[in-house]
Design a protein around this ligand. Structure first.
Ligand SMILES: NC(=O)c1ccc[n+]([C@@H]2O[C@H](COP(=O)([O-])OP(=O)(O)OC[C@H]3O[C@@H](n4cnc5c(N)ncnc54)[C@H](OP(=O)(O)O)[C@@H]3O)[C@@H](O)[C@H]2O)c1
Length: 235
């Protein structure tokens, strides 16, 4: 791959964020990672100094991430917004407190971090925000109304930014995966691969391949949205 980039990966302790951070690190990029579980982040073999642990909803942590990256590297090329959670259920019966926590992390925190780094990207004249949205950023299903609402919000943020940043060297991409085998559904009584008859879900490495594709594009190309589905995804 081209020259070494400075990348911030949120939600880097498991699943998609972990795989993206590991591949970026393996490819020789400078990677700053964050999540709440230190022991999992340490498995990435990234220098301790570039691991910032905590709840990403904390504005203090968001500030620390910005300060650390710009004091140490004086630039940031990529913001990967991977931290996220899922809460499902009908709107009538959903756990409203967990739903609100999801709205906060998936929407408010993604907006805040993007807002913060966007100002830096404008100042430095380049940068790329990569949002891990979902196929549910493009359609709704019963019991997925709340989660889809958070992903629709991410899509709206990205699409508005794409238009607002036209003609600049700042890029925004939304990756829209179908089912990926990660820890996201660990607490579900029935895993979606069984309820949706998906025999071979995507792996986090499949998402890494889409990231490599997006990162390999020349300056004049924009990939605003990229959907990736397992073969037997049929709804
Ligand atoms: N898996 C799928 O089928 C799928 C499909 C489409 C889109 N996505 C999206 O992909 C993204 C990553 O999900 P995943 O599947 O990789 O799930 P995952 O394995 O559960 O990873 C979620 C990550 O978010 C972090 N996180 C959660 N709450 C946090 C908080 N309050 N503060 C800081 N970090 C927090 C977790 O770290 P800690 O627990 O250590 O804090 C973890 O690193 C999510 O936005 C998800 O919606 C997933």
């Amino acid at each position: 791959m081209e020259t070494s980039k400075v990348c911030l990966v949120t939600g880097a302790s498991s699943g998609i964020g972990f795989a993206i951070a590991r591949s970026l690190n393996d490819d020789g990029h400078k990677v700053v990672v964050t999540a709440r579980r230190l022991e999992k982040l340490k498995e990435l073999n990234i220098s301790d100094n570039d691991i910032l642990v905590g709840d990403l909803n904390s504005v203090d942590l968001q500030n620390d991430l910005e300060t650390h990256i710009y004091e140490k590297y004086d630039r940031c090329d990529y913001l990967f917004n991977c931290a996220g959670m899922i809460e499902s259920g009908t709107i009538e019966e959903v756990d409203i407190d967990k739903m609100s926590a999801m709205l906060r992390l998936n929407v408010e925190t993604t907006f805040r971090l993007t807002y913060k780094f966007l100002k830096r990207f404008k100042k430095q004249g380049f940068g790329h925000v990569v949002n891990i949205s979902s196929v549910l950023g493009t359609k709704v299903r019963p019991t997925a109304g709340g989660y889809a609402a958070t992903k629709f919000a991410m899509e709206a943020l990205s699409e508005a930014l794409r238009m607002e940043l036209t003609g600049t060297n700042i890029k925004v991409s939304c990756i829209e995966p179908g089912l990926v085998l990660t820890e996201l559904h660990n607490s579900w009584k029935v895993h979606p691969k069984d309820s949706m008859n998906i025999h071979t879900p995507l792996s986090p490495d499949d998402i890494v391949n889409t990231v490599r594709f997006i990162m390999s594009q020349p300056d004049h190309v924009r990939i605003p949205r990229l959907m990736i589905l397992p073969n037997d995804h049929n709804i």
